[in-house]
Design a protein. Structure first.
Ligand code: AMP
Length: 461
């Protein structure tokens, strides 16, 4: 039985989905005004593995993500660069999708753009107005938080805390905590609505989109910790008020932050590394390993050293896989007297691995079990003969784990970048050859030493 931590109940609960063997999973997608950073990647890799594991356990998973392609950040960035906001959003949406592909995040079934769900957004606002949960002012349509008594149930904040405002509250609003469902605007981009031209508020796009694809109630809603308040709180208020059904979502899952020196990596703090920058230096699977080495709810402190450690750990798994390949080409017997022994170790590891994953997707524990398995099997290889059968079983076990966690252990690619690296090395080697021909030993030695620092060792014959 899978147990997962529910932010709403602040406890681990058994996963009981609305429909047997089906999971409807929604995770807040990015606001596409710039390239995504590795903090975003942490959250999306975590949910990728959660979706992969649910599938592995036989669930049919419908994983939906929205794309916030209309927002003040997009409009401001476009204005600064003299671009059309929608064009800008399309460009960074494409970059985001490329990044996700490069990171092996493949489990999302549908990416839904806010701008393509204006009719659903408007319909939901109309329902909220009809039911008396919203009101219109000269600046827009607002949700009346005083009408929703459950406000604060997810973030565990009291209603009084919601009233603390750093900026002067809008005098048109009934309560300082009321949030915009529709913002009246006549500057492009705007959409027509019963309340005149304007744009949707941020929170309503998600409930309009989930309402469209999932209906008013679904299984899991995910996102980073920063979204609990006010975003997810507002989503609950909107959907539960509009539908009259509770709860909108059975399980709320939140990822911890990827931090830099204790501070959340974010665009606004300027302490970010984009996914593209990272992937120039490290292969995607190293970053995935780094992410999965920490539980998804805990903070991760990003550092070069830990990435290096992740790279080395991953190499150990690849090396183990390689060793099996070498043994297999050694003309072993089909079956052997120790097959049962190897099978016992393997089954024991598998059941513990699945237990760790069942326990709120405890990937660091699951990975440590894999290393225990590698250590023990390697030791047994030295003491006991193996057979092809045992080795094939171990190999397919690795493939099985790889599929759950998103690694391809059978085709290791711990090379960074692409052929360009190889070509650059060739250029350096040829240049050095020319220097040697000119007897410039000093410079040619310097190139050799620098390449040596990168583990590229040249021997002059
Ligand atoms: P945004 O585009 O800022 O709305 O972020 C998209 C997703 O990435 C949200 O679920 C955020 O919570 C998450 N996110 C943003 N920064 C970080 C971070 N430093 N660590 C983990 N998740 C993050």
């Amino acid at each position: 039985m899978i147990k997962l931590y529910n932010t709403l109940s602040r406890s681990k609960e058994n996963l009981n989905t609305l429909k047997k063997n089906r999971v409807k999973l929604f995770v807040c997608g990015p606001t596409v005004y710039d390239n995504s950073h590795i903090g975003h990647a942490r959250t999306y890799i975590s949910f990728d593995v959660i979706a992969r594991y649910l599938k592995y356990q036989g669930f049919s998973v419908f994983y939906l993500q929205n794309i916030t392609d209309i927002d003040d950040k997009i409009i401001n960035r476009a204005a600064k660069t003299g671009r059309d906001p929608i064009d800008l959003a399309r460009e960074f949406e494409a970059e985001y999708l490329k990044d996700m592909k490069a990171l092996g995040v493949e489990s999302v079934n549908i990416y839904a753009r806010a701008t393509e769900h204006l009719p659903e957004i408007i319909a939901q606002i109309e329902t909220l107005l009809d039911k008396g949960f919203a009101y219109e002012t000269e600046s827009g349509v607002y949700f009346d938080e005083s009408k929703f008594t459950d406000f604060g149930k997810l973030s565990n904040r009291k209603i009084e805390d919601l009233h603390v405002h750093r900026i002067k509250p809008d005098p048109h609003k009934r309560n300082p905590g009321d949030f915009a469902l529709w913002k009246k605007k006549d500057m492009k981009p705007f959409w027509d609505s019963p309340w005149g031209p304007g744009r949707p508020g941020w929170h309503i796009e998600d409930t309009a989109i989930t309402g469209e694809y999932f209906g008013p109630q679904y299984d899991i809603h995910g996102g980073g910790l920063d979204l609990i308040f006010p975003h997810h709180e507002a989503e609950i208020a909107q959907m539960e008020s509009a539908s009259g059904l509770k709860p909108m979502v059975r399980y709320w899952m939140h990822t911890g932050f990827l931090n830099v020196k204790g501070e959340k990596m974010s665009k606004s703090l300027g302490n970010f590394i984009t996914i593209k920058e990272l992937l120039k230096e490290y292969p995607a699977e190293v970053f995935r390993f780094f992410v999965l080495s920490t539980h998804y709810r805990s903070p991760i402190d990003f550092s070069q050293e830990i990435l290096e450690q992740s790279q080395n750990s991953l190499k150990r798994i690849y090396k183990f896989h390689e060793t099996i390949g070498e043994f297999l080409s050694d003309g072993l017997p089909e079956k052997g007297e120790n097959d049962e022994l190897y099978m016992e170790i393997l089954e024991d590891t598998r059941s513990k691995f699945l237990e760790a994953m069942d326990n709120d997707f405890n990937t660091p524990h699951a990975l440590s079990l894999l290393f225990d398995f590698i250590r023990e099997t390697n030791r047994k290889f030295k003491e006991n003969d193996t057979s092809k059968e045992s080795l094939y079983n171990i190999k397919s076990f690795l493939t099985e784990i790889g599929e759950i966690l998103g690694f391809n252990f059978t085709a290791p690619s711990l090379e960074v970048g692409d052929d360009l690296t190889g070509e650059l090395i060739d250029i350096l080697i040829n240049t050095r050859q020319k220097l040697r021909e000119k007897k410039d030993w000093e410079l040619s030695d310097e190139i050799r030493n620098k390449l040596g620092d990168l583990d590229i060792n040249l021997e002059d014959k």
